[in-house]
Design a protein around this ligand. Structure first.
Ligand code: SAM
Length: 335
């Protein structure tokens, strides 16, 4: 374990004027409707960063691990030395990657300095805005990961272009995201289902704030457009509730049900008030019905979870990139 450091820094110590400066107090927070938000680059991200939201993020990580049979990544990594986690949150994924790849340096970047201080010595955290020009030198990283960033990023092609630049030839970018759309394969979801209405309302609210959260299903296209090759897309179904017959899927559903239940207020209060002009009271009233519906497993609802990865063309493969570029496959799994 590394000594707890007083400040957050990147391993190379390269700071730019746009990144956190030592004199700036990145630990300042903004409070609104009893929730705490990041202060650095205030207003970029519309979910809170308080203890309740951090617990929800860690529950979401546990849900993802169950869903993926414990896989932290799908990209075919071979002895990676430099790993970047974009929007690392509580840092839980970065810390587990540090343990899994002790020969790698893992850096987690986030707007909020909410990560633990006692971490494996090959893991560090940096406060920075990933929608600005990145600090990482070109051709320096083996693997870049971004998970659950759909409700945050305004310009995916811009972020993907930065990732492409920062990766070494042959390095991998992987995006993992739930799409905020309720799906059902057996007709048990009514047209006026309140969870479906909630998902549409949240999507609209984020849209008003400049975030196209449904771009999740365009990640593979964005990667190919940016020049990535060997692009693969996998979609897994995340049931909400314990309705699946398969015990493992029912467990995933239990986790997702509680993760969403716990997160509802945080997901909604800022987007609905800032994006849609609702009053906090209107949000609370709407959420009462959403919570009731969430705890019922009557409608067999699931959310699609996309896993997309692609490779920056290896140095000797540039000539064949255009051909491989078109080779994308999609797989799905049933609950
Ligand atoms: C939903 S959380 C996901 C956390 C983590 N990736 C995970 O899967 O557990 C989104 C995180 O992205 C961070 N974030 C949002 N916009 C960002 C930006 N422009 N630059 C850096 N971090 C950002 C937020 O502060 C938050 O911690």
């Amino acid at each position: 374990m590394a000594e707890p450091s007083e400040s957050y820094s990147c391993p190379s110590g390269t700071f730019s004027a746009d990144s956190m400066s030592m004199s700036e107090d990145v630990r300042d927070y903004v409070f609104e409707n009893s929730r705490r938000y990041h202060k650095y680059n205030e207003g970029r991200y519309h979910f809170p960063n308080d203890d309740a939201e951090q617990e929800r993020e860690d529950l979401q990580h546990a849900m993802a691990m169950l869903l993926c049979d414990g896989k932290l990544h799908y990209a075919p990594l071979k002895n990676p030395r430099s790993i970047l986690d974009v929007g690392t949150g509580t840092g839980i994924w970065a810390i587990e990657m540090g343990d899994m790849y002790p020969n790698a340096e893992v850096l987690g970047v986030d707007l909020s300095p909410i990560q633990p201080l006692w971490v494996p010595e090959n893991v560090q955290f940096l406060v920075d805005n990933v929608e600005e020009e990145w600090l990482q030198p070109p051709n320096s990283l083996d693997y870049i990961h971004a998970r659950q960033m759909a409700p945050t990023i305004r310009d995916w092609p811009g972020v993907i272009a930065e990732a492409y630049k920062a990766l070494k030839p042959g390095g991998w970018l992987e995006l993992q995201d739930l799409k905020c759309v309720t799906m059902c394969d057996d007709g048990t979801m009514a047209e006026d289902d309140i969870c479906a209405l909630y998902a549409r309302t949240l999507t609209a609210a984020l849209g008003q704030l400049g975030i196209r959260s449904h771009d999740v299903s365009r990640y593979a296209e964005f990667l190919r457009d940016a020049g990535f090759v060997n692009v693969e897309e996998k979609m897994l179904k995340v049931p909400i509730g314990t309705w699946p017959r398969d015990p493992q899927q029912a467990k995933v559903g239990l986790f997702s049900q509680h993760m969403i239940y716990d997160g509802l207020h945080g997901f909604s209060i800022r987007p609905f008030t800032h994006g849609l002009g609702w009053t906090p009271e209107e949000v609370e009233v709407f959420l009462v019905d959403v919570r009731k519906a969430l705890l019922s497993s009557a409608a067999h609802i699931y959310l699609p979870f996309y896993f997309v990865y692609g490779q920056k063309p290896p140095a000797d493969a540039a000539a064949t990139a255009a051909v491989a570029n078109n080779a994308t496959s999609t797989t799905t799994a049933n609950p």
